[in-house]
Design a binder for this molecule. Structure first.
Ligand SMILES: Nc1ncnc2c1ncn2[C@@H]1O[C@H](COP(=O)(O)OP(=O)(O)OP(=O)(O)O)[C@@H](O)[C@H]1O
Length: 612
């Protein structure tokens, strides 16, 4: 979930999800979520929270207030910025080591592992905590972890967040934001690209912490070569070939090893962490016989590998939907792995496999960083639980169930979250089917028109309970469509039509409520009973297969003037019996204005194919 600067710091409205009516929380009592329970215990308060505190903790537009422990401190934030291989992390880690307790948060398991190794070797006991493993070291007051595991539950003297520019990452940025806002430390060191400076300055202005910015320059040169590699037979010891799929990585490894000169280590994201670590170690160990590394961008951040030359096999990466060019930051990050200060190679080189890619590589290396404008943001599980607790119709279990249903759909986090909190009755197969249909079309075509999602068929006043249930389901489907259309306006474009259909559906349901269980009806008509609506003439209009008598009475006009509830009586007539239906005057006006003029009018409801 991306929060723009304006949203975070200015308007403070999180427009991407419906912020709950948080004022409802005034009535909330007790430990409504584990998060709040923990907070109450820590704060030494009773189990009942002050409404104002509760509001702050759950206000999705005030993310810095989600972390009361961190906010109780006035932290010193030191932002170390510079190009790759400029010693930013080195400096921050030096400080971490000197402090009595500390936490390192990095974007990769390998980085956390590297830091834990380094601290333990220099007699600073350090535990390693990642999503996949916990290596507790006896008596350790330091921890190295992946940023997703950042420990915001305890106080530390010092914290380090590495590669802080990833705060702008669509998928993982929210974990960096959480660590930045939530680490309860006296001093916090952030290491990253200069592109992040304005954003961090703005965010820290909201927390009340103090900020120092320290700039760095590269410690050893990085030279973009004027010649491409051309063929894998030209690789040399210390080369690292970059590719972006597992299949491609192994294909390159095979080609290189087929020459019989070198053995290749491989590192890629989906490789189990232990295997990744061993491969990196083998490549770094000059006596291992693994002289070439074939790797994905999993090596792109922070890792200190013994690389002489980076060779991009391509400058495009498949993002799950299509091939996208690597951005400047990605190219710089990956290229920056060559010639690390203190490694076997005092100068780094970078090139491409093909001549075609070379100009873009050179331009990217020379390009200045583009400022990062937005930080990732996502509510915690506890906040989601609390959110659902104030929306009785939307339990947390339901959100998880919808998430499970949508698991296979290739959606962004933002879209997935929206679909998860949409109003849906999971017990209703028609509505669930509609949700899946909408999600399918949304993912496939980027747009969902009512026409293509739903088939057209004439609909009559339901005369059986089964027909009524079907219509109620249809009503919910339109509800769902309308809800989504307000949030994904560019994709759900048939909102007006859905509103019309939903209203007609409502009329039919109301009519059906009168009919179901009574005598059978045929050729039903809606007729306005009252007379004297003097602004309109008596006329017939086609309304969903009914005819509407528009003879409106003075009585209604006077009611309207008195601002009373605009209800009028309408008569459903058929050749067997009449029955009454309350219909708002606005509803009738609406159909007169919008639909009865249309050639076809709303004489048909779209009915989902799966209803019939
Ligand atoms: N003052 C120093 N003395 C000895 N070695 C250093 C010093 N500064 C940095 N190094 C070494 O240089 C290499 C690069 O440093 P570091 O990882 O801190 O750079 P960085 O700017 O954080 O790079 P990146 O942005 O790519 O992560 C590391 O191997 C580090 O140990």
């Amino acid at each position: 979930m991306m929060l723009t600067l304006k949203q975070l710091l200015g308007a403070r409205r999180w427009s991407l999800i419906p912020v709950p009516s948080l004022r409802q929380l005034d009535q909330a009592e007790g430990d409504t979520s584990p998060f709040l329970g923990t907070f109450c215990c820590k704060a030494g308060t009773s189990s009942k929270l002050q409404p104002s505190t509760l509001l702050d903790l759950t206000d999705l537009t005030l993310p810095h207030k989600w972390y009361p422990s961190a906010r109780s401190k006035k932290r010193l934030i030191v932002l170390h910025v510079g190009p790759t291989n400029s010693g930013k992390t080195f400096k921050a880690l030096q400080r971490l080591q000197l402090c009595s307790s500390g936490v390192y948060c990095g974007p990769l398991r390998l980085l956390a592992w590297e830091v834990a190794e380094r601290l333990n070797k220099s007699n600073t006991a350090c535990s390693l905590i990642t999503g996949q493993e916990r290596r507790e070291v006896d008596g350790a007051r330091h921890k190295a972890m992946t940023v997703e595991m950042a420990d915001i539950s305890r106080e530390y003297e010092c914290g380090v967040i590495d590669e802080i520019q990833m705060i702008g990452c669509q998928e993982r940025g929210f974990s960096f934001t959480r660590a930045l806002l939530g680490l309860a430390v006296n001093e916090l060191h952030l290491c990253g690209d200069p592109a992040v400076v304005p954003l961090i300055q703005d965010i820290i202005a909201t927390t009340g912490d103090s900020l120092q910015v320290q700039h760095y320059s590269r410690l050893s040169p990085l030279v973009p070569l004027s010649r491409p590699l051309k063929a894998y037979s030209n690789v040399k010891r210390g080369d690292c070939i970059i590719a972006f799929s597992r299949r491609e990585i192994f294909s390159i490894k095979k080609k290189i090893e087929a020459e019989g000169k070198f053995k290749c280590a491989v590192v890629y994201g989906s490789l189990p962490p232990e295997a990744r670590t061993r491969q990196a170690e083998q490549f770094n160990d000059s006596s291992s016989g693994y002289d070439i590394l074939v790797a994905s961008d999993a090596i792109g951040m922070g890792l200190n590998l013994n690389i002489r030359r980076i060779v991009f096999s391509t400058l495009e990466k498949f993002d799950g939907t299509r091939f996208r060019p690597l951005d400047v930051m990605q190219i710089k990050q990956i290229a920056g792995r060559a010639g690390r200060y203190g490694s076997s190679f005092q100068k780094g080189e970078v090139t491409c496999l093909d001549l075609y890619d070379l100009p873009r590589l050179h331009n990217s290396i020379a390009a200045p960083s583009v400022p990062i404008k937005a930080a990732g943001l996502f509510p915690s599980l506890d906040q989601l639980a609390l959110y659902s607790s104030v929306h009785s119709s939307r339990t947390f279990a339901t959100i998880l169930e919808v998430a499970r249903l949508l698991d296979e759909f290739p959606m962004s986090i933002k879209d997935r979250f929206l679909f998860c909190i949409c109003p849906i009755d999971l017990d209703n197969q028609v509505v669930t089917g509609a949700l899946l249909k909408f999600a399918t079309e949304y993912c496939k075509y980027g747009g969902v028109s009512l026409g293509t999602s739903l088939s057209s068929s004439s609909t009559q006043i339901p005369r059986t309970q089964g027909a009524l249930v079907e219509l109620e389901s249809l009503n919910k489907v339109f509800d769902l469509y309308i809800w989504l259309s307000f949030r994904l306006e560019d994709a759900f474009v048939d909102r007006d039509s859905a509103i019309t259909q939903k209203e007609l559906c409502g009329i039919l349901i109301e009519a059906g409520l009168k009919m179901v269980g009574s005598k059978k009806t045929k050729n039903v008509q809606i007729k306005r009973q009252a007379s004297g609506f003097n602004t309109r003439e008596k006329s017939q209009a086609n309304l969903g297969g009914f005819s509407v008598d528009k003879d409106i009475g003075d009585l209604l006009e006077s009611k309207k003037n008195k601002n009373e509830t605009w209800k009028e009586s309408c008569i459903f007539e058929d050749d067997v019996e009449s029955s009454r239906l309350n219909l708002s005057i606005q509803e009738l006006d609406y159909y007169e204005r919008k639909d009865c003029k249309k050639a076809q009018g709303p004489s048909q409801l779209w009915t989902p194919k799966w209803v019939s």
